[in-house]
Design a protein. Sequence first.
Length: 134
Amino acid sequence: MTHSQYDTLTVRYSQYDTLAVRELIESINIKKSEGIDEIPLRILKIGADYAAEPIADIFNLSIMSGSFPSQFKRARIAPIFKKGHPTVSSNYRPISILPTLSKLLETLINSQLTSHFEMNELFNDCQKIGVCLH
């Protein structure tokens, strides 16, 4: 592997500024259910100006340490009915209810990772559009 090939494989994450975190918080759909952390989405959104800086600090600490906070890994599993008879367990699918802050951090990381893949042309054609056209 050449040095330039190694550079395209190395993802360098940028730190998140308070503005980016505030904008992400403000984009939350308050009609969705709150996470396992039970942070009311409406309150988080209303308090975005005050919450953004400490949340950005937590996110940046996570990125700099290369460690995803263990509290962000907790989930509550809930069965969601698919179809058929409601008394048959195979007619349900599990969903994970994650902490709200976990979902926000995941969104920011995904954005940077996707940008890196696009900039370095690491997606193949099937990954770009989601369906492989032969």
